[in-house]
Design a protein around this ligand. Structure first.
Ligand code: A2P
Length: 329
């Protein structure tokens, strides 16, 4: 089968500030899904490659590294891709591996899962460190202070070894980034955070723009009902009105707004039609009035370290909650 050349060019790319970094397509496919179904993930990645996705986001904790790697290998066999270099693959270091001596072995395990020689981007998943085996949620009593300096040095080593073309962080506030920038010889290329019209992250975006840190948005469509309280993006009346006026879907309006902020969208869909739709945001624009209306949408953060990242049992003793990602904007 011929390579989907035209679709592959669908997402514009952004240059990252790390030396060896490859340009990042500004829409990527998120792969997190609970419960995980291996074949469904593999098939969804293949469908995504077919419609033109070239940027894939995974994490050790999602369990989707293996199906993503299998799909990439299959796409190469089928001729949907000519080479691994056509893909941009991101993975993330879990909290239990956020210890200086565990960073490199964890990346090696990720690469084994992916059956790849390198990842394009390796992120510290959370500014949180726990003792014990990898698990989700973490146990609060396992939390210990994160050694920002030595963990970041270990991340830099991953890049120097060529096992990660770029390194960065996820769920970091400006205060966490201050800690990394104070010690970094390679500054983080990316901060991936919850970001959408209902959680716009204005302060963090301005901070990152000043320091050349590219921002990527997870939950660009409001996520998968992570807090059990519906979806402030897909159910937004404001976005629905704009979508109607522009002849687009609510999802496309949300993704277009994020793109116009210079932010990369990591959007999860396992449905081929919706995957295709999520790439069709580059040949039209929002109006000034649309942007104003979106700026007025009430703000609500869904993913909180205190609610989702840690189990509720046990006392939260060893980490100052202010160190976690719960104080924002
Ligand atoms: P599905 O996989 O069935 O398409 P986020 O990326 O913010 O985490 O949001 C993902 C949620 O939005 C998923 O439940 C996904 O479901 C759904 N979704 C993804 N793309 C679209 C779209 N274009 N229109 C409507 N829902 C979408």
């Amino acid at each position: 089968m011929a390579s989907t050349g035209t679709a592959a060019a669908a997402a514009p790319q952004v240059a990252l500030q790390s030396g060896d970094a490859r340009p990042m397509p500004m829409v990527g496919m998120g792969t997190v899904q609970f419960p995980l179904v291996h074949e469904a993930t593999k098939n969804a990645v293949l469908a995504a490659i077919e419609v033109g996705f070239r940027h894939f986001d995974t994490a050790f904790m999602y369990g989707t590294e293996k199906p993503l790697g299998e799909a990439a290998a299959e796409a190469l066999r089928r001729g949907l891709l000519q080479s691994r270099e056509e893909l941009f693959v991101t993975s993330k270091l879990w909290c239990s591996q956020n210890h200086p001596d565990l960073v490199l072995p964890s990346l090696r395990e990720t690469l084994k899962n992916l059956e790849m020689e390198y990842v394009d981007l390796y992120l510290i998943h959370w500014p949180v460190c726990v003792n014990g085996p990898p698990r989700f949620p973490n146990k609060k009593e396992d939390a210990v202070p994160l050694d920002f300096e030595d963990v970041w040095r270990a991340m830099e080593e991953c890049q120097r070894l060529g096992l990660a073309k770029a390194i960065g962080v996820s769920n970091f506030t400006t205060k966490h980034l201050d800690r990394i920038l104070a010690v970094a010889t390679i500054p983080p290329a990316v901060n991936q955070v919850e970001l959408n019209p209902a959680w716009q992250q204005r302060t963090l975006r301005a901070y990152c723009a000043d320091r050349g840190i590219h921002v990527a948005a997870y939950s660009p469509l409001g996520g998968q009902n992570w807090d059990g309280q519906g979806n402030a993006v897909l159910d937004s009346v404001v976005l629905a009105e704009i979508a109607k006026a522009r002849g687009k879907t609510v999802a496309q309006v949300a993704l277009r707004w994020i793109h116009e902020q210079g932010v990369t969208c990591i959007v999860k869909s396992y449905n081929k039609e919706r995957l295709k739709q999520n790439l069709e945001i580059f040949d039209w624009e929002l109006t000034e009035e649309d942007r104003f209306k979106i700026s007025q949408i009430p703000q609500k953060k869904v993913i909180k370290a205190t609610s989702g990242l840690f189990s509720e049992e046990g006392e939260f003793t060893s980490v100052d909650p202010a160190e976690l990602n719960i104080v924002e904007e």
